[in-house]
Design a protein around this ligand. Structure first.
Ligand code: NAP
Length: 255
């Protein structure tokens, strides 16, 4: 059993739904104090309200991970509200599809800014708070797509998810002197609102490609995030944890 997160102050970006909401919920159920971040107060507030109804300590904040000013304002608001920040989960991300032949500069920039540049803005903004924290942690949500695999239509997405890991390894080195660990989870195909928008054919094809014969749940990913944020993971930094039901293991298609 992992040590309690009681009283730990946790920020989760992209927490209005999907994996981020799952991470926020699991921290809240573990008695952490959770900052639920999404682009609008309504979306963040709905999730924070649900977590409070379940007995958690959660507060909603609106911020756009593409904007440095927005993230700086967020860090100030969260730090002041809770009196500190211990754990930052940089999870917000988008995955629009576009064949590379048709991909515009705007398509590329939008995905890179939301998924990869956001890691820089998020870590920079919360750094002053993390430096003052006991056992500070940063956990990024990357993906198997890019770091391990490719998928047609997602050249920008795959590049952004691989870029997160390059950032993560160097951030781990730079921040080690402050006792801050920086790690990443790499989800495979996880049942979320975002994934379900890919359509039933995508979901069926992906389920058939997973040795454990099911898509992942947001709780599967959240469990990995909580481990990397735990006291038990204090000597782990700059590392990746794949959560994919074995999807990336086979050399060929499953029999
Ligand atoms: P999702 O259901 O579409 O949720 C995305 C979240 O990101 C929402 O809370 C959204 O909030 C937030 N968001 C998007 N753009 C934002 C911005 N500019 N600023 C702040 N928040 C923003 O996605 P998901 O499936 O849970 O994915 C979450 C993360 O996991 C992403 O990084 C994704 O790449 C990664 N991932 C997902 C899967 C999967 O199978 N689902 C697999 C591998 C990796 P609002 O729209 O309410 O603002």
């Amino acid at each position: 059993m992992l040590s309690a997160f009681e009283g730990r102050i946790v920020v989760v970006t992209g927490a209005s739904r999907g994996i981020g909401k799952g991470i926020a919920r699991r921290f809240a159920l573990s008695r952490a104090r959770v900052a639920v971040v999404a682009r609008t107060p309504e979306a963040a507030g709905a999730c924070a309200g649900e977590l409070r109804e379940e007995g958690g300590d959660a507060h909603a904040f609106a911020a756009d991970v593409r904007s440095r000013d927005s993230m700086t304002a967020l860090a100030g608001a969260v730090g002041q509200h809770f009196g500190g920040v211990d754990i930052v989960c940089a999870n917000a991300g988008i995955f629009p599809s576009s064949p590379l032949a048709d991909m515009s500069a705007h398509d590329w920039d939008e995905v890179m800014n939301t998924n990869a540049r956001s890691a820089l803005f998020t870590v920079q903004a919360f750094l002053p708070w993390l430096k003052r924290a006991r056992a500070p942690r940063i956990v990024l949500t990357s993906s198997i797509t890019g770091p391990v695999t490719g998928f047609p239509g997602w050249s920008h997405y795959a590049a952004s998810k691989a870029a997160q890991l390059g950032f993560m390894r160097t951030a781990a080195l730079e921040l080690a002197k402050d006792g801050i660990t920086v790690n990443a989870v790499l989800p495979g195909n996880i049942v979320t609102e975002g994934l379900q928008q890919m359509g039933p054919d995508y979901v069926a094809t992906m389920s058939a490609a997973i040795p454990l014969a099911r898509l992942g749940t947001v709780d599967d990913v959240a469990a990995a995030v909580l481990f990397l944020a735990s006291a038990e993971a204090s000597f782990i930094t700059g590392q990746t944890l794949i959560v994919d039901g074995g999807q990336t293991l086979p050399e060929g298609s499953l029999a």
